[in-house]
Design a protein around this ligand. Structure first.
Ligand SMILES: C[S@@+](CC[C@H](N)C(=O)[O-])C[C@H]1O[C@@H](n2cnc3c(N)ncnc32)[C@H](O)[C@@H]1O
Length: 295
């Protein structure tokens, strides 16, 4: 990847996040998805000189790069290489009972999309992997090889909201009897072949939803999100905020419904990026920020 990875991932809706989280000097904040540390850096600056951030990151390479970027904050940043789904256990190990705010910026980082070998993107050819944490045992190629036709169709339908799910699953299963589906380009081409041209979407590539669905399945993203929404609020001090940035309707629906049901939280209105931000950072276009205060 060319350029500087930290520069390539612009933190999405950073001002809006700071307005919701309201970091204060001496406060302690959790960044559930540290990524390359963009949001954490802003929180550390806003809570100087004594505010602290505990950052979770599942991807070792991202955690390392974030560590480098944030090294000038020294012991004000603690990086935990673990899933945010295990936040409750990890915070207990640190002896932390309460924090002054939690942020999660869900999804993949530009680092992961840009590293062809991680297999998240069909813009470059590479093995279909898609694991956020390469220690997770099952990658996307294994799911494509082992899941039944019905299981694949369910993954594409439920996690990708793909209407052509059955057609695509049937085609992939036919092809895989002769050869394993190994690469991102091969998968994208097979999806394009399976879907009649009149059903190809206008604004996104025909394989976009299938890639999203496989990524969610490989990383059990929705299960992780539910665990974060269940455990996170118990650690929030009354009056502090839970800020969630989502990038697709499935995640957003889960957050919206959890906020509505959860008696520990009082939710505000969803916030969307400004037109200026979208033109400066196209990745922001599908973002929604939902914030809730711990009552
Ligand atoms: C959109 S990026 C976050 C970018 C970050 N806010 C920044 O400013 O650089 C999402 C990050 O969450 C990480 N991630 C995804 N699932 C995770 C999980 N279950 N636990 C911890 N980190 C996770 C990904 O590896 C990715 O680096």
């Amino acid at each position: 990847m060319g350029g500087n990875a930290e520069e390539l991932h612009l933190p999405v809706m950073c001002n809006e996040v700071l307005n919701c989280l309201r970091p204060e000097n001496g406060g302690r904040y959790v960044d559930a998805t540290l990524g390359l540390g963009g949001h954490s850096e802003a929180v550390l600056q806003a809570s100087a000189p004594f505010g602290r951030v505990i950052g979770f990151e599942w991807d070792n390479e991202a955690a390392m790069l974030a560590g480098k970027r944030l090294q000038s904050f020294a012991d004000r940043i603690t990086i935990i290489h673990a899933s945010y789904a295990d936040m409750a256990d990890e915070l207990s190990v640190l002896g932390v009972d309460f924090v002054d705010g939690i942020l999660a910026d869900l999804g993949v980082s530009s680092l992961q999309l840009d590293r062809a070998e991680r297999g998240f993107s069909f813009s470059k050819d590479a093995p279909v992997d898609m694991r956020m944490n390469p220690e997770v045992p099952v990658d996307a190629a294994t799911i494509l090889a082992r899941a039944t036709e019905k299981e694949l169709a369910d993954i594409f339908y439920h996690y990708g909201e793909e209407r052509q799910a059955r057609r695509i699953a049937a085609h992939l299963c036919k092809v895989r009897t002769n050869s394993r589906i190994r690469t991102t380009r091969q998968l994208a081409d097979l999806v394009a072949e399976a879907v009649p041209h009149r059903f190809h979407p206008e604004k996104i590539h025909v394989a976009t939803r299938v890639f999203q669905a496989l990524r969610i399945a490989v990383n059990r993203e929705l299960d992780n999100l539910v665990r974060l929404l269940t455990d996170g609020p118990d650690f929030l001090r009354p009056g502090s905020m839970l800020c969630m940035i989502t990038f697709h309707s499935l995640e957003d629906r889960i957050v919206k419904q959890a906020f509505r049901r959860d008696q520990r939280l009082q939710a505000g209105k969803p916030i969307h990026p400004t037109a200026e931000e979208i033109s400066a950072n196209p990745r922001a276009r599908s973002a929604t920020l939902r914030c809730a205060v711990r009552v």
